[in-house]
Write a new protein. Structure first.
Length: 122
């Protein structure tokens, strides 16, 4: 197994575990009129990270692959927004949010580095 394949498997697992943690977190949030729409948006953006990463593995071209990674990165950034909003509005446990934000930061950095590398930029 090549280094790239090992890394891809590791990253795929990391994103999948993040998604499971996110689902557990969202399930624990209150179901108020204020939190409900944020929960919906967070689940959409948070699960989209892994879904687009998975789709990238079957991309038909380098451009297609990069686009799926870009969608993943955009979804990660959107998820950071929703998590920060929950934290700053005191609708969620700040410690739990910080753990998820730290995971998202790691995922975002990897996605960004892959995108830059594939685009041939330094």
């Amino acid at each position: 197994m090549s280094y790239d394949q090992k890394f891809n498997d590791f990253f795929k697992d990391k994103v999948y575990r993040f998604t499971l943690d996110l689902i557990k977190f969202v399930d624990g949030l209150p179901n108020t009129s204020v939190v409900r729409p944020i929960k919906d948006q967070l689940i959409r953006s948070g699960t989209s990270i892994g879904a687009n990463h998975t789709e990238a593995q079957s991309a038909s071209s380098k451009k297609d692959f990069i686009n799926f990674y870009l969608y993943s990165l955009k979804s990660a950034n959107e998820s950071k927004f929703w998590l920060s909003l929950l934290k700053d509005s005191k609708k969620a446990d700040p410690k739990k949010v910080d753990v998820l934000l730290a995971e998202l930061e790691e995922v975002s950095k990897v996605l960004g580095k892959v995108i830059v590398k594939l685009k041939g930029k330094k």
